[in-house]
Design a protein around this ligand. Structure first.
Ligand code: PMV
Length: 318
């Protein structure tokens, strides 16, 4: 029997610059290895070639590829990869997908699932796809699913490195000089990114000057943050997080639940806190001294967080 092929991909958080990044300003994101998506491919030699079956128990999906609509994200990832490799009639296989990344929560679940699927399938067909090609394929799925994604999710998840992302520019990873600890708090409110992005676009269209100024300020914060991270001063990031959160509130993408968690973190000794990702619901992040993490975790739960994840942004290897 042929062995099963697996691939995984991490979640991610945006440290600075979400939303403004859609409008060309820089943003910083890091992978989160505590959660992940996993894809497993098994050959099915007894089934006729071309037969592709997809199982995703987390979302109760159990279907043949040919029965899935064009816009189904898993089908898109599989069809995108087959077409990129110019495979019309693949040997029969079953693809099984699972993920511990909460859905619609700003942790990159969609991009991580697509990344795991594309990597596992490429391996199954014996092709070593370079990161830039995987990232481009994942971006296509994101695009058809979300409308106008900046591309930051697929980039940080595929490269599995901290990224400084500017839309339309080559991928820039950067050095983390000193590790730092982030606590992630989930409001439990599912919030599709496309809604917040669409609402903000309408506000921007009605008053471009006001929103361009907010985006400029967020971009400036991302630039300063990168310097602090590269020069070993991550403790100084706290006030930048607080300021970035205020800007996101003015962009109207926060929510009472997010504000409550951000405040609880700030009041319980975090160095700074902000929403992370699309906003409206989903997750917030807090920068903490390692010794303070448990206290902040407790405060977040008391303020209504349905789950928390502690993650360390590690020093990058030379
Ligand atoms: O909600 P998430 O984590 O997928 O992040 C969205 C980030 C935005 O800047 C709001 C949108 C984008 O495409 O960059």
């Amino acid at each position: 029997m042929m062995p099963a092929i697996t691939a995984t991909a991490p979640g991610k958080i945006i440290l600075f610059g979400e939303h403004a990044v859609v409008y060309g300003r820089p943003a910083i994101a890091v992978p989160v290895d505590q959660v992940s998506a996993r894809a497993l491919v098994m050959a099915e030699p007894r089934r006729p070639s071309g037969s592709v079956h997809i199982l995703a128990p987390d979302i109760s999906l159990d279907a043949d590829l040919c029965d899935l609509p064009d816009e189904d994200p898993l089908a898109m990832a599989v069809r995108g990869l087959l077409s990129a490799l110019k495979i019309e009639q693949p040997p029969a296989f079953t693809l099984q997908v699972s993920s511990t990344i909460p859905l619609a929560a700003g942790l990159g679940s969609g991009a991580a699932v697509s990344t795991a699927v594309i990597r596992a399938l490429a391996n199954f067909f014996g092709v070593l796809l370079p990161d830039d090609r995987v990232s481009a394929l994942v971006y296509e799925v994101e695009k058809r699913h979300h409308g106008t994604p900046s591309g930051i999710d697929n980039t940080v998840i595929v490269y599995r490195m901290p990224v400084y992302y500017v839309r339309g520019q080559a991928v820039q990873t950067f050095r983390v000089d000193t590790p730092f600890t982030i606590v992630i708090g989930d409001t439990g409110v599912a919030s599709p990114t496309s809604l917040a992005v669409g609402d903000l676009r309408r506000l921007w269209q009605a008053d471009p000057e006001r929103y361009e100024a907010l985006f400029d300020a967020a971009g400036q914060i991302a630039r300063q943050a990168r310097q602090l991270i590269e020069s070993g001063q991550p403790g100084e990031l706290g006030p930048l997080m607080d300021e970035n959160h205020r800007l996101l509130q003015q962009m109207n993408v926060s929510s009472s639940e997010l504000d409550r968690l951000v405040q609880a973190a700030q009041n319980s000794g975090a160095l700074g806190a902000k929403l992370s990702g699309g906003g409206r619901g989903g997750n917030m992040i807090a920068l903490v001294e390692p010794g303070q993490a448990e206290q902040v975790v407790g405060a977040l739960h008391n303020a209504g967080a349905v789950r928390t994840i502690k993650t360390v942004v590690e020093k990058t290897k030379e």
